[in-house]
Write a protein that binds this ligand. Structure first.
Ligand SMILES: [Zn+2]
Length: 133
C-alpha cells in the first residue's frame, strides 16, 4: 500500500461506505419563534411579555423558496435535529470525497483509464451489452 494512488482509492471507498451508512438526512434549520396573537386583551399584547410559544419549526430553502414546517412534538424536533445532523455529516463527506477525487485525478496516469484488469473486463462486457440493444 505504498502507491499513493491506491491509498487514495482506498480512502475514497471508505468515504463512499460512510455515505451509504448515513441515516435519513435533509438540510434545514430549526427555530423556535414566539408569537403575538394580536388580541388586545391577551397577555402577549403587553410590551415586555414573551408572547406565545415558542413554536418549533423547521425551515428549508426549496427551489429558492423558504418553506417552513411546524414541529409539533419533542419527538418531531428530535427527528428533525438528527436529520439535519446527518445532512451535515453528508456535506463533510462530500467535501472530503471531492478532495480525494481531485487528488486521484491528478495522480491517475493519462493512459491508465481502467485501473485494474477486473475493471477492464467489466467495461468490455458493458460495451457488448450496449451493442446488442
Ligand atoms: Zn396572545
Amino acid at each position: 500500500m505504498s502507491d499513493p494512488l491506491l491509498v487514495l482509492i482506498d480512502e475514497r471507498s471508505a468515504l463512499l461506505r460512510q455515505v451509504a451508512e448515513l441515516g435519513d438526512f435533509q438540510p434545514g434549520s430549526i427555530s423556535s419563534p414566539t408569537m403575538r396573537c394580536g388580541k388586545p386583551s391577551c397577555h402577549c399584547a403587553k410590551p415586555d411579555d414573551p408572547g406565545h410559544g415558542p413554536y418549533y419549526q423547521l425551515t428549508q430553502k426549496i427551489d429558492g423558496k423558504t418553506v417552513t414546517q411546524s414541529l409539533a412534538s419533542p419527538a418531531a424536533i428530535r427527528k428533525a435535529e438528527s436529520e439535519i445532523a446527518e445532512y451535515r455529516k453528508f456535506q463533510h463527506l462530500t467535501d472530503d470525497l471531492v478532495g480525494v477525487n481531485r487528488k486521484i485525478c491528478r495522480l491517475r496516469p493519462v493512459e491508465q483509464t481502467a485501473p485494474s484488469a477486473q475493471e477492464k473486463k467489466r467495461s468490455k462486457r458493458s460495451k457488448k451489452k450496449s451493442r446488442a440493444k
